[in-house]
Design a binder for this molecule. Sequence first.
Ligand code: IDP
Ligand code: MG
Length: 139
Amino acid sequence: MQERTLAIIKPDAVGRNILGQIITMAEKNELSLVAGKVLRLSKEEAEGFYYVHQDKPFFESLTEYMSEGLIFVMVLEGDRSIDRWRETMGATNPSQAEEGTIRSRFGESIERNAVHGSDSRESADFEISYFFKEEIDTK
Ligand code: IDP
Ligand code: MG
């Protein structure tokens, strides 16, 4: 089933100029870019995006990291795109990520793990609307 997911290339990855390689990995997995932009989050915007983690011990550090530099936010579309983008990223902790995944190749630590992907339809809807205010029309 065709669906959309929100993906982010995080500050560590944008800073190392591997944006293109990561987008290529999405495209090779038949995930199509239907919207995207470079931006820099304020600390407050990072906190709003990651509100589900507000009680986690890593929340402060995570939101500092996510607001330290430029990110690339994109909407990917494809069959089962939510799960398939998460498979393409690999496990949260790069040391446990399967070989060939983005996090295995490019992640630096459990926190600085290069990419984000929505984890459900509900989170995808919230996260897409967090960054893309207008209806995204690809028809
Ligand atoms: P996910 O990005 O694979 O969905 P989540 O559990 O939703 O992982 O965590 C959100 C982000 O918070 C992770 O991608 C990572 O950057 C950071 N994070 C998760 N767990 C830890 C941790 O134990 N220590 C530090 N940072 C973490
Ligand atoms: Mg998550």
